[in-house]
Write a protein that binds this ligand. Structure first.
Ligand code: GMT
Length: 376
């Protein structure tokens, strides 16, 4: 198949899922065309059967906001016609689903077909999409997709609860490439960061308010009072400056490292003992799955799709949003005993294997084939 993929090219989970799925499809022999405003971060080097089409948005003094959606639609039509795309898969409904719908209409006006699948990822439904600025268009585009998937059952339910969607939504969970995400020997990193064999606690995210990173600091402080520990913060975003200031006020600065955006996050995860994800809302929590694949147990909230990813008492623990005392209690329980920590690490990998990309990819392929069969 010739597949077009629309996504955000950023560090966020939806862009990562879209890129890793595209690469895996290309490995199976499909031609995969990414169409977005910059090179997807996980598309670091040449990959056979993978093509990248950059969207250029022509500006004009009249525009307060350059119409990216219009430029993306035009680019998609151009790529669909000249690369003869069979299907388009869009990740994160805003603005990708309405772009694909418009492109489909343009192609049909020229006697050509362009079915599209919309994958809902999270805040396109739980936060941004609910806003009246977007809701009518998002609802229409979901209902006019040829197929719709969500990354968790929780997100599926939230979509039906918040949008007048009458379309069937298939739950296809996010996945992990265990060939990349596995515990790697980086003892020299560990010795450098934890010379006194401190426990290493880690958080990775896009540093947005929804991630509640202040709770990461609070949990860390409570743990560090009992167990010699250090905190690694991976990622960057709108909350970083505020969190750095808060950290200087409430944490021992020598014990907290802000690492910024890291391409090979698996190398850092491989030396860590606990991943903390105290999000306000989280439709899946791909970062938690990546940690588990590197044998890092997870302390998270029980919001959204996280109970479909984390298993209480097996590969980590879950607490109510904001309950930093409970999160710290559970973190200490895991970290205070070497054999218990080792068991949680083994369980984390065992659970991560249930999301192996090799198990999830065929589900997407079957959906593509089903949509194409319906076009005949
Ligand atoms: O929705 C966002 O805030 C961004 C989005 C992203 O692109 O990172 O995250 C969502 O998609 C990820 C991939 O499916 C999920 O793992 C995240 O849980 C989800 N974020 C939220 O629901 C807050």
């Amino acid at each position: 198949m010739k597949i077009g993929i629309l996504c955000y090219p950023t560090f966020g989970g939806s862009g990562v899922v879209a890129t890793e799925l595209g690469k895996a499809l290309a490995e199976k022999g499909h031609s995969v065309h990414f169409i977005t405003y910059s090179q997807p971060v996980r598309l670091e080097h040449f990959t056979e059967n993978v093509f990248y089409h950059e969207v250029s948005v022509a500006d004009y003094p009249l525009f307060e906001y350059a119409p990216y959606e219009t430029a993306l639609t035009s680019k998609l039509v151009d790529v669909a016609r000249f690369e003869k795309l069979d299907i388009v898969h869009v990740h994160y409904a805003i603005p990708h689903a309405s772009v694909a719908y418009m492109a489909k209409q343009i192609m049909e006006s020229q006697g050509l077909k362009l079915p599209f699948i919309t994958t809902l990822h999270g805040t396109d439904i739980t936060l941004v999409g609910k806003n009246e600025s977007y809701n009518p268009v998002v609802t229409f585009a979901i209902n006019h997709s040829d197929a719709v998937t969500s990354v968790s059952e929780s997100l599926r339910k939230e979509t039906y609860n918040n949008f007048k969607v009458d379309k069937e939504i298939e739950v296809i969970p996010n996945f992990i490439d265990l060939r990349r995400f596995n515990k790697q020997r980086r003892d020299h990193f560990r010795r450098a960061i934890a010379p006194n064999n401190e426990r290493l606690i880690v958080h990775a995210s896009n540093f947005r308010p929804v991630k509640r990173i202040s709770d990461v600091l609070k949990v860390f402080n409570k743990v560090a009072d009992k167990i010699p520990s250090k905190l690694l913060l991976i990622g960057d975003g709108p909350e970083r400056n505020r969190v750095e200031k808060e950290c200087r006020e409430i944490c021992n600065g020598e014990h907290v490292l802000f690492l910024g955006k890291i391409d090979v996050v698996e190398e850092i995860l491989s030396i860590c003992d606990l991943f903390v994800l105290p999000s306000e809302t989280e439709s899946f929590g791909l970062a938690a799955l990546e940690a588990m694949a590197c044998q890092v147990p997870v302390i998270s909230t029980n919001t959204g799709g996280l109970p479909e990813v984390n298993v209480n008492g097996f590969c980590g623990y879950m607490s109510d949003v904001g309950d930093v005392d409970d999160m710290a209690k559970n973190a200490i329980h895991i970290l205070e005993d070497d054999s218990r920590l080792l068991q949680f690490k083994k369980n984390a990998l065992e659970h991560a294997k249930t999301f192996d990309i090799q198990r999830i990819l065929p589900i997407y392929q079957a959906l593509y084939e089903k949509v194409l069969a319906e076009q005949k």
